[in-house]
Design a binder for this molecule. Sequence first.
Ligand code: MD3
Ligand code: FE
Length: 207
Amino acid sequence: MAKAQYPKGFAHYPLYFDAAQQAGLIEAVSAGAKTAPFYLPRMPRTGTPMSVVLSNFGTLGWVTDKERGYRYETNHPVTGNPWPAMPKLLQDLWDDVTDHPVQPEACLINWYREGSKMGAHIDNDEQDAKAPVVSVSLGDPALFRIGGPKRGGPTNGLKLFSGDVVVMAGESRFCYHSVSKVFYGESALVPKGGRINLTLRRVRLPT
Ligand code: MD3
Ligand code: FE
């Protein structure tokens, strides 16, 4: 079996965060959810609910609803509160695994509960197309798939475990990707169960 070929700019750091750091990140997510509760996002136009629930850290957060679609907002769509501050550990992660000159404004928090998945898509709501996306997996493992810049081409699978970090820079930044399965119940890290994925994003162009 040939070794899987990932797009240029894709990097995987297995167990980047140890168990204590993972627990600290979950603590930060739980604390953040008190002022920025997870909410059920809806697809543009159709209003179909997504499979995950989401929240954010940072000065900007990714949101979606039926009426106004995918975008970044400074405030939570339900409470109107600003998003909680980006944890220092995540700022340090960005500095360690990217050479991007400016910090990310947004950390999208996806919570995968029993049966949650994410269909194939490209993240294209950020103005700074040169900035990488950095992802942290916490809790239950998941099967991640990454293809190429066109929908429907060949894909490679990768099982992501709690503490793993994935960096999508360069060409990989605009490749289709999905989460096809979560191995629900395999980890006890997330208090209410499931998988938490954090994605760090630079949204605006550096001024
Ligand atoms: C590859 N999240 O939030 S993270 C997303 O596990 C998203 O929750 C998945 O896709 C998750 O948009 C995957 C890894 C990831 C994030 C962004 C990418 C992979 C990517 C952008 C381009 C290529
Ligand atoms: Fe994505």
